[in-house]
Design a binder for this molecule. Structure first.
Ligand code: DGL
Length: 273
């Protein structure tokens, strides 16, 4: 375990298959403005959502080793800013890196139960997340509290990754239709969980499809609060609060997404992993 002064200076590592984890990074920066962050977009190997667990586990382990590795100050905490990678790999990451605090993200079913009136909740996520044991356990833990209508959204994270507006609109419409009738009357779905970190970036499209009264819920803020709780040491005032962006694939896509959605103009480093 690092001594206190070293740990204070260490960055927080954040990764996702691509640009989606920026929705978590935004919440992390708001909660922890003095911390340094290293964000890895594994875009050379995205999307994760339609791959098998072994692939996602291998990528998650490789990225974690890199973030702890000799090329920079090792991270003090890891945020797995990806529902799919959390479902597939977080248990093994915690086992493999037992001294590293690791925070994951899972579809926000509990916050959805807290706000629904009709007790019907739509859940959009990747095929991998919805098929996982972790998600099934989460669903069972809430049995009887609401009805969850879950729709796997093949191709949507990829369309968001490519910033393909026409495809995003077409897929959102298709998956909202497949999920059911939205609204605030009895029998209608009044709450929609965006269970993939890419989907908040299609939030406006979803909201216009389901109507203004339907709650859209994601887990950015709870994940940021949980990260604050597990941090071994908070950054000191003197820390610059820097964000370093890295991509294993298209650098321009990450830089563009960061500027477009977060309003941050930042360079992106290429990463070969
Ligand atoms: N953003 C990711 C998630 O939260 C993964 C999307 C993908 O790569 O398929 O699940």
């Amino acid at each position: 375990m690092a001594d206190r002064s070293e740990s204070v200076k260490r960055p927080i590592g954040v990764f996702d298959s691509g640009v989606g984890g920026l929705s978590i990074l935004r919440a992390l920066r708001a909660e922890l403005p003095l911390e340094d962050f290293i964000y890895v977009a594994d875009s050379g190997f995205a999307p994760y959502g339609e791959r098998d667990d072994a692939f996602v586990i291998e990528r998650a382990q490789r990225i974690t080793r890199h973030l702890l590795g000799p090329n920079h100050l090792p991270i003090k905490t890891l945020v797995v800013a990806c529902n799919t990678a959390t479902a597939a790999a977080i248990a093994l990451l915690r086992q493999g890196f037992p001294t590293l605090p690791i925070v994951g993200v899972e579809p926000a079913l509990k916050p959805a139960v807290a706000v629904t009136h009709t007790r019907r909740i739509g859940v959009l996520a990747t095929r991998g997340t919805l098929a996982s044991q972790k998600f099934k356990a989460l669903l069972s833990s809430l049995a009887g509290q609401a009805e969850f209508v879950c729709t796997p959204c093949d191709g949507l994270a990829d369309a968001i990754e490519r910033h393909d507006t026409a495809q995003i609109e077409a897929l959102c419409a298709q998956y909202i239709r497949a999920t059911g009738q939205f609204g605030i009357q009895n029998g209608e779905i009044d709450t929609l969980v965006l269970g993939c970190t890419h989907y908040p970036f299609a939030g406006d499209v979803f909201q216009s499809l389901v109507g203004p009264d339907v709650h859209l819920i994601d887990n950015g803020e709870p994940v940021a609060r949980q990260t604050r709780r597990v941090l071994p040491h908070l950054a000191a005032d003197a820390n610059a609060g820097q964000v370093t962006l890295c991509a294993t694939g298209d650098k321009t896509a990450l830089a563009h997404a960061c500027e477009h959605w977060l309003g941050w103009q930042l360079p992106v480093q290429s990463l070969t992993l």
